[in-house]
Design a protein around this ligand. Structure first.
Ligand code: GLP
Length: 240
């Protein structure tokens, strides 16, 4: 894992944007499979993609997670977020958009099918992600198995509290989500994980200096041969 410390949120977003831009330019006319996150961290990254009109003609996307019980029209669903920030802004084909369906009748089947779809697409070339303040990646909460694949995950109180800022009340935050597993993420050819702000400093410290352990999912990135952890100075503040 390469750790890149940059000045601020803008620089972190620009780094990720440049990585994606290079990848798309090197592969014009070829299929590229992306893993994509939601949350506040990737907002500027998505803004840069739409402002620079990156060509998504041959791109297939797989989002990393979705809340259980929120439909596509719900403003807090990750589908809604993705539609607002990316799908409606680029020339991505509808049939190339993949995001777990948190409304599926059979959630276990939905997860198994999702994992299979990623395989059918040839695996993920570049997986972008954020980091939870408790070190979660996607919705793989602490003590998720490093062998985990796409599945239903109970959210921790810490994550529910963190994410409640987007909801009217804590009670409204779903308690479960569908998430790709740690092994799904680690199977991607390249990983680019971003963290910004002081509330991520502890997770970033663990990610870089901590022992690789299921107790802190983001530490698994240390084992990937082609991973970047891109953080701003505030998120890196405990590294000094
Ligand atoms: C959520 C998402 C993660 C995201 C994390 C951090 O729980 N499932 O994919 O990385 O929160 O979010 P933020 O970027 O808003 O801090």
């Amino acid at each position: 894992m390469k750790v890149i410390v940059l000045k601020d949120y803008e620089a972190v977003s620009e780094f990720s944007f440049q990585k994606l831009s290079e990848k798309l330019h090197e592969n014009i006319g070829k299929k590229i499979v992306l893993g994509l996150p939601t949350g506040s961290t990737p907002l500027l990254f998505y803004k840069k993609i739409s402002e620079n009109e990156l060509d998504f003609e041959n791109v297939i996307t797989f989002n990393m997670d979705e809340y259980v019980g929120l439909d596509k029209q719900n403003e807090n669903s990750f589908y809604y977020f993705m539609n607002q920030n990316l799908y409606s802004k680029v020339n991505l084909k509808e049939q190339n958009i993949n995001i777990p369906n948190g409304m599926a009748k059979d959630l276990t089947k939905e997860c198994m099918d999702y994992e299979e779809k990623i395989k059918q697409a040839g695996g993920i070339d570049m997986f972008f992600g954020g980091v939870g303040s408790n070190g979660h990646i996607a919705f793989n909460e602490p003590y998720s198995s490093f062998n985990s694949v796409t599945r239903v995950q109970d959210l921790t109180l810490k994550t529910i509290k963190d994410n409640s800022r987007f909801f009217k009340s804590l009670e409204e935050v779903p308690k479960k989500a569908l998430t790709v597993g740690i092994s799904t993420i680690m199977s991607a050819k390249e990983l680019i994980f971003m963290a910004s702000g002081e509330n991520k400093a502890r997770a970033v410290f663990e990610a870089v200096k901590g022992e690789v352990s299921e107790a802190c999912p983001v530490t698994v990135l240390q084992k990937h041969e082609n991973a970047y952890l891109v953080v701003d100075e505030a998120a890196a503040s405990l590294l000094k």
